[in-house]
Design a protein around this ligand. Structure first.
Ligand code: HAM
Length: 429
């Protein structure tokens, strides 16, 4: 049976796994510099975890979840995002009882049954952070700065930040009523999805890609008109701090985000190059939320977070030619002349490996040609060639593939050659 990977999924190997791990490494390092520690939550949760948090009016819950019944008829869902599971874990493990903020990060696969296209997959990885337990414009700005620092550190230069506030729950409710009235009057001019959004969550109409440039959309009321003085002062402070951190941003009152749990600050960072097919691709998004812990029967908790789409960052970094990994596969290739010398070659290979030197050898052949081909392919800097003489004298012929210099060395000399300190004599023939 010929099988293929599922649509919207990726295999990572060779160069692509190096790219993936590079992004993981830098993201972890930056998050740890900001005081975040790692959390891992299960790949699947009770479906309710996502219904109560991501929200029944979101596209994710409505159209994109991989939901199934287990053998006990429990409805389970492969996580479509990380914030819900982290909030569930925060409550379940009573992290709220710890003093101070709880700052967590994750690097994990997510699943959404979306129509696959450039930068949109059905299994993708998010690097996310969640800071739970405080409401402060300084924290909001710090999380936004963390995201910007990750992009910069990765070498991603072409991006811009779009920031908005959705205000408090009270301000938003008045705004939503107003929006509903406005769009009800104009609904005939809107797309079918917007007609549906009108009843479920009129805010989401502002996020519509189809009607984005229509007159109706342009003239829609904006949140600014409905913010309380307190909401405004909070958002102004966030912007003042973000500005001071040298982040290229703009405020867009139409940015509402696709998940239901946000209030106050929301933001997205998008790829910014009008000449690129990636222009406008959202690299990461996030915002402030407060109702998730209480949705899981914990205390009301102010929190803020973001999630970066790792595969999208890979696309952007490739476009910018940032990746430049060495093609070298190992430091040394051991070559044996004839079957009787193979064990000697394996012993020295394992001696070097145990001292952190990477070594490969040809397991199948004793002929020189394939063994030298392996050496070429791996770009090994040194070859160790073992013939009968070397076995009898307990020596090693070492050839530097760059200088072409050859030397016959005993184990002590070989250890010095490879800067091996300490247990030099641990080698057994
Ligand atoms: P989100 O905007 O749904 O937010 O996703 C965050 C990021 O994940 C997106 O900006 C994008 O880079 C990536 N992403 C989303 N869907 C896909 C897909 N189908 N294929 C590839 N990449 C994708 C959240 O998930 C929130 N949990 C973020 C957050 C954390 N808010 C607060 N804390």
């Amino acid at each position: 049976m010929k099988v293929k990977k599922l649509k919207g999924t990726c295999d990572f190997y060779g160069e692509t796994i190096k790219e993936y791990r590079y992004i993981e490494k830098i993201s972890r390092e930056v998050a740890e510099k900001f005081g975040f520690t790692e959390i891992q939550t299960p790949v699947f949760e009770l479906t309710d975890v996502f219904l109560r948090s991501v929200g029944e009016s979101s596209d994710i819950v409505n159209k994109e979840m991989y939901t199934f019944l287990d053998r006990s008829e429990n409805s389970l869902t492969l996580r479509p995002e990380g914030t819900a599971g982290v909030s569930r874990a925060y409550v379940e493990n009573k992290m709220y009882a710890n003093p101070g903020l709880t700052k967590l990060y994750y690097f994990e696969p997510m699943f959404r049954c979306e129509r696959p296209q450039l930068g949109r997959y059905r299994q993708f990885t998010q690097f996310g952070v969640e800071a739970l337990g405080a409401k402060s414009p300084y924290l909001d700005a710090d999380v936004i700065t963390l995201g910007a620092q990750i992009l910069k550190k990765l070498g991603l230069t072409k991006f811009k930040a779009v920031i908005n506030t959705l205000g408090s729950k009270e301000s938003r409710e008045v705004y939503q009523t107003n929006l509903k009235e406005y769009f009800t009057k104009n609904i005939d001019a809107m797309c079918d999805d917007c007609k549906e959004r009108l009843n479920k969550n009129p805010l989401r109409i502002l996020d519509c890609k189809v009607d984005r440039d229509s007159e109706v959309m342009k003239n829609a009321p904006t949140i600014e008109q409905f913010l309380s003085d307190e909401d405004k002062a909070y958002f102004d402070k966030v912007i003042e701090i973000v500005k001071s951190q040298d982040i290229n941003y703009s405020v867009d009152s139409k940015l509402v985000r696709g998940l239901d749990y946000y209030s106050h600050t929301v933001f997205e960072f998008v790829y910014d190059d009008p000449n690129s097919k990636l222009d406008g691709l959202t690299l990461f998004g996030g915002g402030r939320y407060s109702g998730l812990s209480s949705a899981f029967s914990g205390p009301e908790t102010d929190a803020i977070g973001l999630a970066i789409g790792v595969e999208r960052i890979m696309l952007a970094l490739r476009e910018l030619n940032v990746f430049n990994f060495s093609d070298k596969l190992c430091d040394v290739v051991c070559i044996n002349i004839g079957e009787s010398t193979k064990v000697h070659a394996i012993s020295i290979a394992n001696y070097l490996r145990s001292h952190d030197i990477s070594v490969d050898l040809d397991y199948v052949s004793n002929n020189l040609k394939p063994q030298f081909k392996l050496a070429d392919r791996t770009l090994a800097e040194n070859l160790i060639i073992i013939g009968e003489d070397e076995v009898n004298n307990n020596t090693f012929k070492v050839k530097n593939t760059i200088t072409k210099e050859e030397q016959i060395l005993n184990i002590e000399q070989l250890s010095s050659y490879f800067n091996i300190e300490g247990e030099k004599y641990a080698y057994k023939k």
